[in-house]
Design a protein around this ligand. Sequence first.
Ligand code: DGT
Ligand code: CA
Ligand code: CA
Ligand code: ZN
Length: 583
Amino acid sequence: MTTNAELAARFEEFADLLEADDVEYKPRAYRRAAENILAHPSPIADQLEAGNEAAVENIDGVGDAISSKIVEYVETGEIEELEELREELPVDMAALTRVEGVGPKTVGSLYRELEIRDLDDLETAAEAGEIQEVKGFGPKTEQNILENVEFARTIGQRQLLGEARPLADDVLEFLESIDAVEQAEVAGSIRRWRETIGDVDALAAADSGSEAIEAFLEWDSIDDEIEFGPEKASVRVGDVRVDLRVVVPAEFGSALQYFTGSKDHNVRLRNYAIERNMKLNEYGAFDVSDIDDPDAGQRVGERVAGETEAGMYEALGLPWIPPELREDRGEIDAAAADDLPDLITRSDVRGDLHTHTEWSDGNNTIAEMVEAAADRGYDYYAVADHAQGPGVVGGMGLSDAEILEQVEEIREVGAGADIEVLAGIESNIDADGEIGLGDEVIDALDVVVASPHSALDQDSAAAAKRLERAIENPAVDVIGHPSGRLLNEREGLAIDATALGAAAAEHGTALEVNSNLRRLDLWGSAVQAALEEGATIAINTDAHQPATLEYVRWGVHTARRGWAEPDDVINTWDIEKLREFLH
Ligand code: DGT
Ligand code: CA
Ligand code: CA
Ligand code: ZN
């Protein structure tokens, strides 16, 4: 079945190819459609198959033209216009644009001038000094390409969490609908909410494995069967591999514990068990104190647990450990000391502090965004459009005068809204740590999010200095996407989360977990390190349209991977406490 992620990828490619051809406006419309398709809560192909084309046209940014292309793709697996563009520009666009500093337009010129089609061509041309000879390029660009081509080769193999998780939810729903299946759960990295996913693992409990497998293979979303047997099946759905294992109900808990991983967590847990004369594996927890050779087989000694996952931990005297924590970063010691964090949940979040509107590069009005936030039950909401600065898309940032004008409109909308509306800005942190806002503007605003958008190839010492200056700036409330990384696209600044966290704690500045599925910045281990220094965080979506406010889901689970409790997160606080912090 065509997944939303796959559809979105086609429209992104469409936009890239048009941009490479120097077409105006259309690329932006296609990217906007792609964003909304990706953020759409249910599979669009399902709606089409149910004959509901109107539902597709109702998606923001999807009009007649785009919806007919969606229909064409779902029905034929191709979009003719896209195929034509691909023929005109036969390049590996995805791979080439993964090179930092190479965008679709660059790809277009390099193909026309030097017939560069892929990363190997690109590297060869750069090594031969041919690129600096092309109009608009220079020795510096060429050097940059050479430095970044290797990184581009290593990324892009893994799916983004935000792309794979909706599919995992569908897998689970289908498994639960199978009569032979008593219980089902996802496992592996997707259950741990890792920011990128190698494959989707799923587990089902059934008395008859072959019956369950047979029923699973009937799922109409499956594009390819990779392999299958009486207890497992591997299939491809869209671009994602799904591994299903079926076990007997008595072993569901032990299998779930084992296949959730991480491998490092499992190794440490197994050693913890051995020290206590226990043996742990996918078949159960076994008391082996009376056994001469515990390695003689898989099922030796007295079986004390395995039906439930909590029972597996309980057999070792431990509380159940949430999957997000299972990365071998101290969670077993914390569990043993009964000191596991009381993790934040989605319902703790009371508002979003970093979002955009059409005043800069967002797609909707202030009023529309505020209404969407109110519909989510938020207590407060901050509009934080881009201020002028380097790295801000297409010169769309606001000048100081425009910010003051916008603040007035934000106040007006706020006066008529059921929730508290805060006037914010997202300013750029330049290479030296300056944020470039005038005093009058700073006084007029409730929230200043400052984020790095440019000069992201600084060395770690310069990056540390830069971020620290922004953290120390009394005008700055939140450091947005602190590293500036884009998953599968660019590494961003090499940050030291411990040092960052210490500075943030000292100056009362929050660090952001940017929930956009391409960012997840900060990420789990960085959040954990910053919180250990006493820092606070803000979970923000950076939404540019109402649908992507839903990305808070990725942010919350990322913060959980960083051991965040509700009180660590400023946007779980009530408005009075939040205002005090922002003041
Ligand atoms: P991924 O798919 O690369 O995003 O990462 P995972 O963690 O989902 O890894 P995957 O799919 O290879 O295996 C799923 C889980 O199965 C893994 O998290 C832990 C468990 N597992 C797999 N192989 C081993 C192993 O050799 N030793 C141990 N202890 N556990 C393993
Ligand atoms: Ca996996
Ligand atoms: Ca797997
Ligand atoms: Zn932003």
